[in-house]
Design a protein around this ligand. Structure first.
Ligand code: G6P
Ligand code: MG
Length: 213
């Protein structure tokens, strides 16, 4: 008796997490240092500015940047990122995404997006799935990012549903914490802890739903 599903986007509906990480790596190289692969998981679900702070913690020179410089660095990162995703289309959807969205729609389960990315609306349109969403949270309207509950709380409010009737689907541990504290049922995609359900891929989640219907 699930009434709604709230999706994260990056790393769930599409594998943009790699592009985010590579953009941060390109930026760090421009600044004269390198970031380890582990930063890829560290920045999952984390806002642009907070991600920058994580990246800068690997700067051997420990430079202190002003707020204006940080804004310009996040703008640089975003320009690099946009270049990497500029040709994104429905071919870049994670396998099973379209089938899953169609299945939920047929079952009259409402669908929302809770992405921290300010590029989410662009990507939903580019990948031609925007019409499936009954609600898309504007991340700039959210005060506290993941792991705080705010974004998932806003998403279920947009759907007009009680949180406990909704699944929250995430690839980031910070996202799972956000889902749990907002009171939704946590579904993890990837190697995550504290999930009610956990799958290796979104398609595995879809297959499990089919088997249980
Ligand atoms: C998602 C990604 C993060 C990214 C954040 C902000 O949560 O998982 O890696 O930092 O969105 O994205 P943006 O596109 O606004 O820089
Ligand atoms: Mg994610």
């Amino acid at each position: 008796n699930i009434k709604g599903v709230v999706f994260d986007m990056d790393g769930v509906l599409t594998e943009t997490s790699k592009a985010h990480f590579e953009a941060w790596r390109d930026l760090s190289n421009k600044l004269g240092f390198n970031i380890p692969d582990t930063v890829g998981d560290q920045v999952r679900g984390i806002s642009r500015l907070e991600s920058l702070e994580i990246v800068l913690s690997y700067d051997a020179k420990k430079r202190a940047f002003t707020d204006a410089e940080k804004t310009s660095l996040t703008d640089d990162k975003n320009a690099i990122y946009l270049e990497k995703i500029k040709a994104y289309s429905k071919r870049d959807l994670a396998p099973g995404t379209l089938e899953l969205l169609k299945y939920l729609q047929k079952k009259e389960i409402r669908i929302a997006l809770a992405s921290a990315s300010r590029n989410a609306s662009f990507l939903l349109k580019a990948m031609e799935i925007d019409s499936y969403f009954d609600g898309v949270v504007d991340p700039s309207s959210i005060k506290n990012g993941k792991p705080a509950p705010d974004i998932f709380t806003k998403a279920v409010a947009l759907l007009g549903l009680p949180a406990e009737k909704c699944l929250g689907v995430e690839d980031a541990q910070a996202g799972i914490e956000s889902i749990r504290s907002a009171g939704l049922i946590p579904v993890g995609i990837g190697p995550l802890e504290k999930c009610q359900y956990r799958f290796d891929t979104l398609n595995d989640f879809y297959q499990a739903l089919l088997l249980n219907s």
